[in-house]
Design a protein around this ligand. Structure first.
Ligand code: ARG
Ligand code: ZN
Length: 879
């Protein structure tokens, strides 16, 4: 069942052109496919006959012909997932006619229905649910797509490329259009959309002067929620021209937003399909986070046009070739548009919250995996976010100019091809002369490396020695790791807090005050000269590598870095390190029955941040946020769920009590309903809501009044949701009233109802599981809609540690029930939910036993999808 990278072989046949005709119907949809095929010269130099094995799933074959001749039953065989033609000619036209029932497709993969419309999702292997095909990315063909459908039910008919023909409605009430995509592409980039849709239109003139029509299609009623997405698209197009020299290549770029979508969005050539969550945004109904998400995902999918579509992946093991690179590109885009340090902090938080746990659990895999059972399970935070970190490290090692040379060479060599991660690294090397052979281990080794660093000052020699040790824990199938090539960015601070010029003993002159060291060995010493006094090192500046750093800082060193580091990321990081240390100490105190007390020095440091008028508000909000429960848990050998929750709550109260007056004046200074904008106002709102959160932890009347007032009067959804989220954790009478009012106000906006579900699912109140169970039966809940599942079930099991891990085990039973239901409806969604059990070994014996029992129950269930089976069975395998 498992597929291995080492078994890769080129396809025995190539497809040059694809001519598709869709006859869309309520009961049956008929697909006619005409393919021009030929034996692959690379694979079959002598032209020896090889059977043609096409992929196909859940299809009904209607007819099959080669060069116009219908095949005899003896000439082919149909399997459950394939169609084999035993002895095809060396070059031929194949005609395949199949029938399918999109209205019964709940997997949202292949051709399916959403709100009465037709829609496709083909990546990774959904095209085989539409027609028999060589469903692999190294088969690239030119497509022509004709769609026929009822003209009233499906007035809008879309596919990839340019519209080349359209008919008026005929006597049968149907109409027909034809689209042609001039660029060869793999079938995973195919898309079709049909239905009642309205669009907003704009245009963009490329650097070379071509005018591109831009359209965003949505369901009627949503056209007033597309402005931000359209602006983001135009900014993305300009950014890619300016930073990467890449222009759009078709006359039209279309986006369709649909309410039922497994993932965020999909980069189909010229016809991106999006989850509405990443298109629709208005200030009163979307939060600042939503706005930033729209901007980032619109950019991400647009950037795929070059990194993914023009140059695609040879096979799915290379997924990070396009995803890691494209995430890096969208991160940099957002950094250039907004605050770079604030974006970097958010990205690192995300990496630590999701990728680090994955990398130390049973599903750990390299960014280029060696094997998989179900490729859909490998659209992971490791392939995406750690993949982006790996590209970022190449950027750091080569510098911006060297990196750009590498990118240019990559496109010069590989435009129009399906290539590997290794091809990408080779282009980077060849363009710059930099040796990345050791660096390639980032692609093949799983696990988060650890850097252990110690410093030693010699006052006589005025030298400072840094000893750097690296290691990487074992991961499934990889007991021993080789040393990585790690870019270590650092600076040294003098006792006044200024950066010292950095001269290694082997150098004649200093090279700046912040520089990147190449760490390549298991243990390495770097010796700095002319260091006037014992410095405080600022290590891994900007989080220059996705590693865990251990350095024996004193608490005073950390408060010093918090106040003085010229690297904003490391100022934040120092506070997090100190906060983590103090909170873990309190967890121990609590377990030992000692009284809890928060250090005075830490409180004073937070005080300084809150009252520093020079600090960016968004940054201050991040710096004043305690490390998350999840992050604290990761630092413990056995996660003490209850201890962490209680201690973090205690610390929040202690901080709030200590800073109460300043929090109040901050709240008042930043409060008020200023006009909505996506700019520095985001920072003001986050700091204001952070202050409100601390104040509410005191549960005093004044805070409650402010919170209820904000809930009722705020114009921006960010502020409404912040207030509602805080009330939601309480037993105040205003809580239920606010939830009811919120639902009444927004019940016709599905994306806002999702927020209502997820807020309740994440409440720390003891009755939450019971409420979640009853919300499953709420009329607005729909288990076939992924966004609803992610909000309610995912919100509870993935965003509410203290309730999900309740020691009764009831949360686990609930999740397993939902996984089994979803398994039969939508395996991809089910698999994302079952992943929430993956870290079961990190908990105490009692919880382990409960979670293991649920995983065993799942693995033993009938009709298990490969998606769920792979995650559940690998989770159970010996650590
Ligand atoms: N390529 C899409 C994106 O990043 C995601 C597609 C996910 N598909 C899947 N089957 N998991 O941007
Ligand atoms: Zn992507």
């Amino acid at each position: 069942k498992a597929i291995h990278l080492k078994d890769y072989a080129p396809p025995p046949y190539l497809i040059d052109t694809v001519d598709l005709t869709f006859d869309l119907g309520e009961e049956v949809t008929r697909v006619r496919s005409s393919l021009q095929l030929r034996a692959n010269p690379v694979r079959l130099p002598d032209g020896a006959p090889v059977p043609l094995v096409l992929d196909g799933q859940e299809l009904k074959l209607v007819s099959l012909a080669i060069d116009g001749r219908t095949l005899e039953p003896a000439e082919y065989a149909i399997g459950p997932e394939s169609l084999t033609i035993f002895d095809p000619p060396a070059a031929f036209a194949l005609e395949v006619e199949t029938e399918l029932k999109p209205q019964e497709n709940t997997s949202l993969e292949g051709l399916y229905r959403t709100s009465g419309n037709f829609c496709t999702q083909c990546e990774a292997e959904g095209f085989r649910k539409i027609t028999y095909f060589l469903d692999r990315p190294d088969v690239m063909a030119r497509y022509r797509t004709t769609i026929t459908a009822d003209a009233l039910k499906y007035p809008v008919l879309l596919s990839n490329g340019n519209l080349v023909a359209a008919s008026k409605m005929g006597h049968d009430g149907r109409h027909t259009v034809t689209w042609e995509d001039p660029f060869a592409k793999p079938c995973y980039l195919f898309a079709l959309v049909a239905g009642v849709l309205v669009h907003v239109e704009d245009s963009y003139v490329t650097r070379s002067g071509r005018t591109v029509t831009l359209r965003i299609y949505v369901e009627p009623g949503n056209q007033d929620k597309c402005d931000h997405a359209m602006r983001s698209l135009k900014k993305s197009m300009a950014w890619d021209e300016n930073v990467y020299g890449l222009e759009y290549d078709l006359d039209i770029f279309m986006i369709v937003a649909v309410g039922d979508f497994n993932m965020g969005a999909m980069e189909n050539k010229g016809l991106n399909v999006f989850n509405t969550k990443y298109i629709l945004a208005r200030p009163e109904s979307a939060t600042d986070t939503d706005f930033l998400g729209v901007e980032a995902v619109v950019a991400h999918e647009y950037f795929h046009n070059w990194t993914g579509n023009r140059v695609t992946c040879r096979d799915w093991f290379q997924l990070s070739l396009k995803e890691g690179l494209t995430v890096f590109r969208d991160q940099e885009f957002s950094s250039d548009l907004n605050s770079r340090p604030v974006k970097r902090i958010a990205d690192v938080q995300r990496l630590r919250a999701a990728q680090f746990p994955e990398d130390s659990g049973p599903m750990a895999h390299p960014i280029r995996p060696d094997s998989y059972i179900e490729i859909n399970n490998f659209y992971t935070t490791t392939v995406y976010e750690k993949g982006a970190e790996v590209v970022r490290m190449i950027h750091t090692l080569l510098g911006a100019e060297g990196y750009r040379k590498g990118i240019d060479l990559y496109f010069e060599r590989h435009d129009g091809q399906a290539v590997t991660c290794d091809d990408f690294v080779a282009a980077m090397e060849d363009a710059t002369g930099k040796d990345l052979s050791q660096f390639r281990r980032w692609y093949s080794q799983a696990g988060t490396p650890e850097l252990d660093i110690s410093g030693e000052y010699d006052g006589h020699g005025r030298t400072y020695r840094l000893t750097v040790r690296q290691s990487c824990p074992p991961s499934p199938g990889q007991p021993v790791k080789q040393p990585y090539h790690i870019p270590l960015a650092l600076g040294l601070l003098d006792p006044q807090g200024a950066d010292i010029p950095l001269r290694l003993k082997t150098e004649d002159v200093p090279k700046g005050t912040s520089r990147v060291l190449d760490v390549t060995e298991a243990e390495q010493v770097f010796e700095f000269a002319d260091v006037p006094a014992p410095p405080v090192p600022s290590l891994l500046r900007g989080f220059s590598a996705p590693v865990k750093l251990r350095m024996s800082y004193t608490d005073d060193d950390l408060t010093f870095l918090m106040a003085n580091d010229s690297d904003a990321f490391n100022r934040w990081e120092a506070g997090q390190t100190l906060g983590t240390r103090l909170l873990l100490g309190l967890v121990e105190d609590r377990a030992a029955g000692r009284p809890l007390e928060l250090s005075r020095g830490f409180l004073d440091a937070l005080d300084k941040i809150l009252n520093d008028p020079a600090l960016d508000h968004a940054f201050a909000a991040q710096a004043l946020t305690l490390p998350s429960e999840g992050y604290l848990g990761q630092q413990m050998p056995v996660i003490d769920v209850d201890g962490i929750h209680e201690v973090r709550g205690f610390a929040r109260k202690a901080i709030a009590a200590h800073l109460r007056d300043d929090l109040l004046s901050t709240y008042r200074a930043l409060g008020g309903n200023e006009p909505f904008a996506i700019d520095a106002a985001i920072g003001r709102r986050s700091l204001k809501n952070l202050a409100l959160g601390y104040l509410m932890s005191l549960e005093d009347a004044e805070a409650v009044e402010l919170c209820v007032g904000q809930f009722h009067n705020a114009h921006a959804m960010t502020d409404v949701i912040a207030a509602l989220g805080l009330l939601n954790d309480t037993h105040l009478p205003q809580r239920d009233a606010a939830l009811a009012r919120f639902y009444e106000t927004w019940k016709n906006e599905p994306l806002v109802v999702d927020k209502w579900f997820s807020i309740q699912a994440m409440s720390e109140r003891p009755e939450t599981l019971a409420e979640v169970r009853s919300l499953l039966n709420h009329p607005a809940f729909e288990i076939r809609n992924p966004n609803k599942v992610y909000a309610l079930i995912g919100g509870f099991a993935g965003g509410n540690a203290v309730r999900f891990h309740d020691s009764s085990g009831a949360g686990y039973e609930f999740l397993a029930d939902q996984v089994l239901t979803l398994n039969g409806l939508n395996p991809q969604v089910a698999s994302r939910m079952v992943k929430l059990f993956a870290r079961w070994r990190k908990y105490d014996d009692r919880r382990q036993a409960f979670m293991r029992a649920q995983l065993e129950r799942i693995v033993g269930a009938p009709n298990l999808s490969p998606d769920v089976f792979e995650i559940a069975s690998k989770s159970l395998q010996a650590a």
